[in-house]
Ligand binder design. Structure first.
Ligand SMILES: Nc1ncnc2c1ncn2[C@@H]1O[C@H](COP(=O)(O)OP(=O)(O)OP(=O)(O)O)[C@@H](O)[C@H]1O
Length: 247
């Protein structure tokens, strides 16, 4: 089953105080795929991301990365080093630094902030930052202090900072939350651009946004996969409708 997959969750369960937040969850993400994860509040979306990134250890099951590594045996730092980047809902950029410096710092996160800023970036680093500025739609704002960016622009900058570390798989939590309609539309385009060269798992509640991504959707409910398919297919699924309407 794991052969040919980038990420394979196999029968994963975790309980908190006797409550099964994730219940025999199995899912496969293929290399290069972008997948959207939806599901009502408490469905287990965040807990699933926590398990993939090593923040939460499951009681049962394996999480196989690249067909060979069981992520449940590794900690958060090791998993990040293996090329799995996570973007939380709230942007955490360095507010008093410029967009450019945020990206420069992110290129080598293990270096101390100040030495990094006082050292001139190499030609390769400059080229990489220019690429990231173009990708994240922040080219005209390179010298702008991150604290004065809009919410949407901060999200894009943080996505750029994640990409600076060259992940293979990006996990993105509710990128469109709090964005204007125009920013949401641009974010869908940005994720599609990123998905050309990365695998992406995106958790989102905004159905218009999911529709514009045009990718396969997994519906989680009570810690398991309730349905999987195109947004049209899962929206037409009676059980999905019942879960969303709370019947
Ligand atoms: N550390 C924890 N301790 C106890 N219960 C937890 C813990 N983490 C999650 N849960 C519970 O597990 C269930 C799944 O939560 P989770 O946050 O993964 O859902 P979600 O799908 O991300 O929901 P939302 O859309 O509201 O963010 C919830 O009932 C939650 O209360």
């Amino acid at each position: 089953m794991a052969a040919g997959s980038l990420l394979y969750l196999d029968n994963v369960s975790v309980s908190f105080d006797g409550f099964r937040a994730i219940n025999k969850l199995s899912m496969i993400i293929k290399p290069g795929e972008m997948r959207a994860i939806i599901g009502p509040n408490g469905a287990g979306k965040t807990t699933m991301m926590d398990i993939i990134t090593g923040k939460t250890r499951p009681d049962e099951g394996d999480v196989i990365y690249q067909g060979k590594v069981d992520l449940t045996k590794h900690d958060e730092a090791a998993i990040a080093n293996m090329g799995i980047g996570r973007k939380f809902q709230k942007p955490t950029v360095f507010e008093s630094h410029s967009v450019y410096d945020n990206l420069l710092l992110a290129l080598k996160q293990d270096r101390r902030v100040f030495p990094m800023l006082f050292r001139l970036p190499s030609k390769d680093e400059q080229t990489r930052i220019d690429e990231l500025l173009a990708l994240t739609r922040l080219g005209d704002l390179r010298e702008t202090v991150a604290g004065s960016l809009s919410h949407g622009q901060k999200q894009w900058l943080e996505i750029g900072m994640l990409l600076a570390q060259d992940p293979q798989l990006l996990l993105i939590d509710e990128p469109a939350a709090g964005m204007t309609d125009a920013e949401t539309e641009e974010t869908a385009k940005l994720l599609k651009d990123i998905a050309q060269t990365h695998s992406v798992v995106v958790v989102e509640h905004d159905m218009d946004f999911i529709r514009s991504l045009g990718v396969r959707v997994t519906v989680l409910h009570e810690g398991s996969v309730l349905a999987e398919g195109s947004l049209d297919q899962v929206s037409a699924n009676q059980r999905v409708v019942e879960v969303y309407l709370g019947r």
